[in-house]
Design a protein around this ligand. Structure first.
Ligand code: ADP
Ligand code: MG
Length: 330
């Protein structure tokens, strides 16, 4: 699409050239990147293309004064998290940007955050679109995965263990700091805000779990809701042992009720929740260790639909009286 200039100084094409055009890494599978009508990608034999889109909208997903380095990181991280949850290897991504103006300091910082993660995860920016408008960042990622090994949501079976990577709830606590002025020690505040602004997509873990996990999803909207998608697609139920939930480091400073609420229903963690048959336990641990991520068994898949959350004594915790109960399934 063509439009005149975003501002007098920097044209649309100057902007794309200056901030979003880089030489393509050899061996990446990208034959032609930014600058033509389409990017060209060499198909990989016996592999499917895994494709996913996630959009970040100002006011909805981030506050107007959000740090552009973090935004660049997070816009790509949330998309990489979807590739991770599918067990796919990152290949390339497109970037559709609506910008209120061509603020060069903002663009420079945004591009730094974006490319730092792109380089770390070896994914190439292959194209996009740039227009003037309210700040909106939309990324589409492409990855490769064998169709037989993809970690789908519909593969969970009764008796499978349920696992979660890393820890839960600190991103939700970070949001509380920003929106409700919750106060913590500087150290814990930094940890919680880091989890909210700079999530670590579990790309290596997703790939390491291929052939081991029966189903997987990334925890973007809260564990209960996201696990619910696996249960629904797999036509099964689950029991979660609340005492087993890996609580975020900052979240541990909070009362028991907040811990439970945020770990179960807080969003933006971008951990992987996955299922695996109990005989796969050793392989799950080995995959986690290879990926450099901790994993915790938090419950098991049940034959009957519905999600039960139980305390250490095995008593049911009733989420219906819970402020976040619109996420509960049963
Ligand atoms: P077209 O008019 O064919 O849609 P554009 O003028 O929008 O092409 O874009 C020119 C080239 O720059 C294309 O290769 C497009 O993929 C790329 N591009 C545009 N915006 C971005 C962006 N934000 N990041 C990366 N590449 C971009
Ligand atoms: Mg275009």
């Amino acid at each position: 699409m063509t439009f005149c200039t975003i501002v007098n100084m920097l044209s649309e094409f100057d902007l794309i050239k200056k901030y979003f055009t880089r030489p393509t890494r050899s061996g990446s599978g990208v034959q032609l990147g930014v600058g033509d009508d389409c990017a060209l990608i060499a198909p990989v034999a016996d592999q499917s293309l895994a494709i996913s889109t996630d959009m970040l909208v100002e006011g909805r997903h981030f506050l107007p004064d959000a740090d552009p380095v973090s935004l660049g990181h997070k816009a790509l991280a949330v998309n990489l998290s979807d590739l991770a949850a599918m067990g796919a290897k990152p290949l390339g991504f497109t970037l559709a940007l609506a910008l209120p103006d061509a603020d060069e300091a903002w663009l420079d910082a945004f591009a730094r955050g974006l490319f730092a993660l792109a380089d770390a995860e070896q994914i190439e920016l292959i194209g996009g679109d740039t227009t003037r408008g309210p700040l909106n960042i939309c990324i589409t990622v492409l990855g490769t995965v064998s169709p037989h090994a993809a970690l789908r949501r519909d593969g969970a079976r009764a008796g499978d263990d349920i696992w979660v990577s890393g820890n839960l709830g600190d991103a939700r606590l970070g949001l509380e700091i920003l929106t409700n002025n919750l106060s913590l020690s500087d150290e814990l505040m930094t940890i919680a805000l880091q989890r909210l602004h700079q999530p670590s997509p579990r790309v290596a873990l997703g790939q390491a779990l291929r052939g081991i996990a029966s189903a997987a999803i990334d925890v973007s909207d809260g564990l209960v809701g996201d696990l619910g998608h696996i249960l629904q697609r797999s036509s099964v139920g689950a029991t979660i042992e609340a005492a087993c939930l890996p609580l975020g480091t900052a979240l541990r400073s909070q009362g028991e009720q907040t811990q439970l609420e945020f770990a179960l229903t807080g969003g933006d963690d971008y951990e992987l929740c996955f299922c695996a048959a109990p005989v796969q336990k050793e392989k799950v641990m080995a995959a986690a260790s290879k990926a450099g991520v901790t994993v915790t068994r938090i419950g098991k898949i049940e034959p009957m639909p519905g999600l039960n959350i139980v305390d250490a004594a095995g008593y049911k915790i009733n989420l219906r009286s819970h402020p976040f109960d619109h996420f509960a399934l049963s």
